[in-house]
Design a protein around this ligand. Structure first.
Ligand code: GZL
Length: 325
């Protein structure tokens, strides 16, 4: 008997739910204590300085600790990142560090590793916590408070514009926790200031040239804009090119605020083109490996190990350019 497509879909969803529930019921995999480990690091992509700095930090720490690192680069594909985690499971790594590109698709990778008895530590980005939880499905999330980053960017913008601005927002990767939460934190503060208005908001995927293209389009449609909020520095730098090509003078007739702390962005502050940058520290290596070792030793690990972030503006950017990435 041919099953109706809807029936097949319903069965599929039921199976997924059942699989998730079964995995959730299992205990968090342990990590045997050894002198050195074989660990995986599943990176999202290497298309901007932030991602490259994160990878360099992980590779340097693996070298320093004498651990074997199985590194993969998903080249911007959540599906490939899930497959990359599959390959690490097949290689029998002791633990997986995962920077989940997007919140929902990467839940599958976390649960597959758990079912295979391999602990996962999330770095940098979160997965959907209604489906996978720290302390139950993965060890912990090590990363910044992206909602607070959005709030800090908005608070600075309110102060620097006297509470009056028409804002173009350049969002990060669609479905990623930094994009979702930076938007949420920023909007929360803007909503409390009647003179502040987000006139347009669109994703530039955290990429410089997409940021430039999106800025060009949104600026044409919103010539009245007086401020730009970029979810990362690469899109902010791209936005500067679009603004100047349109005859605008960033830092004079339009205020730009961003997040990350790359060398180009800090130089942009020194040059007076970018107003402020909220740091999002990419150098996870030491804390990631220390946490794995603590977990292996049987220590209780907090569900969120929060990474502290600096704040850069005209008063302190110059002194940090040399050490930036
Ligand atoms: C933030 C990180 C973001 C950066 C971007 O922790 O996930 O991804 O802000 C990067 O520059 O692409």
């Amino acid at each position: 008997m041919i099953k109706h497509p809807l029936r097949i879909l319903t069965m599929g969803l039921a199976l997924t739910a059942a699989t998730l529930a079964a995995a959730a019921a299992q205990d968090l995999p342990k990590m045997k204590q050894k002198q050195a480990y074989k660990v995986g690091f599943a990176q999202t992509e290497s298309n901007n300085p932030w991602r490259i700095a994160q990878t360099e930090s992980m590779k340097a720490e693996a070298q320093k600790q004498g651990w074997q690192l199985v590194y993969t680069d998903a080249a911007g594909s959540a599906a490939k990142q899930v497959a990359d985690v599959d390959s690490m499971i097949a290689q029998g790594v002791d633990l997986i560090f995962l920077a989940p590109r997007e919140e929902k698709p990467l839940v599958a990778a976390v649960m597959k590793a758990k079912r295979a008895g391999i602990p996962v530590i999330l770095l940098d980005r979160r997965v959907d916590e209604t489906q996978a939880k720290p302390g139950r499905d993965y060890v912990t999330f090590i990363g910044s408070d992206f909602i607070d980053q959005g709030r800090r960017a908005a608070e600075w913008l309110v102060k620097s514009t006297g509470g009056n601005a028409k804002i173009i927002e350049l969002q990060g990767t669609v479905g990623s926790s930094p994009a979702n939460d930076r938007r949420k934190g920023f909007a929360e503060v803007i909503a409390k200031n009647p003179g502040m208005q987000i006139v347009a908001s669109q994703s530039g995927d955290f990429v410089r040239d997409k940021g430039r293209q999106v800025m060009e389009t949104l600026l044409q449609a919103n010539p009245q804009a007086t401020a730009v909020y970029a979810h990362n520095d690469e899109m902010a730098i791209g936005a500067l090119a679009a603004l100047e090509a349109a005859g605008r003078k960033p830092g004079k007739d339009i205020t730009v605020v961003s997040i990350d702390g790359t060398r180009d962005a800090l130089q942009g502050i020194v040059d007076g083109k970018i107003g402020a940058v909220v740091e999002s520290n990419p150098r996870f290596g030491p804390k990631a490996f220390e946490t794995a070792r603590r977990y292996a030793a049987g220590e209780k690990i907090d569900p969120w190990i929060k990474v502290p972030d600096n704040f850069y503006e005209a008063s302190n950017a110059a002194e940090s350019v040399a050490s930036a990435y």
